[in-house]
Design a protein around this ligand. Sequence first.
Ligand code: 5AD
Length: 463
Amino acid sequence: MCYSIPGKVISINDNAALLDYFGEKKEALVDVEDIKSGDYVFAQGGVIVQKLGEDEAQSILAGWEELFFKLQEKDRILSEENPPPLNPLPPGEGKQSAFPPPLTGGGEACPEHSRRGEGGLDILPILQKNRAGETLTKDELLSLLKCDNKEELALLYKTANSIRHKIHKNASCVHGIIEFSNYCKNDCAYCGIRSENRNIERYRMGVDEIVNEVVSAVNNYGFKAFVLQSGEDSYFTTERLVEIISRIRKSVGVLLILSIGERDLECYRELYDAGARGVLIRFETASPSLYSSIHTTLQYENRLTLLKGVKDIGYLIATGSLIGLPGQSEEDILNDILFAHSLNTEMYSFGPLIPHPDTPLAGSHAVSLDAMLKMIAVTRLITQDGNILVTSAVEKLFGKEGVRQALMAGGNSMMINLTPEKYGRLYSIYPGKGDGSGNIRGKITETLSLLHSLGRAPMDVGM
Ligand code: 5AD
């Protein structure tokens, strides 16, 4: 739930508030004091982050109203264009290949004979089954990930987009992110800031600098959700992190999401008490053997325990994996999606590996845009209501057009990097990561115009 135009509290039941946005109702957790029916609030990720006065709320709402309904209409038209018919075609009207025999065994989906036979749409019955609310089997999901027919893929993406529209309407999240240290004690085979890489200049921002950057980004640009990211840097002790989080939370109403790697659960508990509410940490791959082939300092089991532990503490979780790892199969990709789903993930973050020259995976090949879009679309079919991030790596590899297509294949969430320019270029987890950092206004304008062109309302940058 990412509307950050003000919502009006209609009712409160225990800790859950029902909010109204121009007639649409959304639920949010009450996480600030003194909230009652009739109040106006900002909420992010299903959490109320700020209360605001009625006059201020009314003037923001008046500024939004016309645009809100215009965007909604545009999104409706774009997402309802030619969705797959809900009812299967009567026998005889479709080509034989539109009704493939049930797929069995070993995930051998989308076999040659049914891949694209004589012009029928082989994945149509699978999409229809999903639209009818039935659970798809692993083989069916796999056949979606394996298909490579353009016409079929267009249908898959449209179906995913129409689910996104049905559940989220045109609300999209745009979170800010700041990368405050590129020191890292780990040695992940894919990552440019791995400890073994001696070719990068290391930096860490000071506590005051981090607090000031976030507070001014929230005050100046209206961000309502913010990711604090770093390598696994033990300079940032629990105590330092508590100070950063509590100072930010005292200054501004914002949903703080931590992306700081593995810490013990006691540390995460203290950071929650200080005011952090989300954790972004990928499991990178749900295959234990693949995981151990690319990590020497980290263990698969620990990552899983951590993800479950932070969820139990009460954090919203954002997680996912890398696509394009050497030896990764479509089945591995499907397992990544299913695993993320099994964790009750609030935000799915799947991104393409971009080979970094100073890492052991320098010689890998990046995946195609369709491989990425399929992963996003299948995730949307499975999760239905989760938020799906279109990552900065998607933009780096496939440009703005890639981002647009990802938003039209089920994605609904983006991040804008607000790391100060002098540091951003050093946070090179993949080559060229920090390019273009610095021009924050420009990035916001570009992101908003892309979202507006698709009828999406980027409601948490307050514009
Ligand atoms: N290409 C794409 N993504 C990468 N990450 C690290 N290195 C790369 C790379 N070369 C991702 C990891 C990590 C996140 C912060 O960045 O998935 O979890």
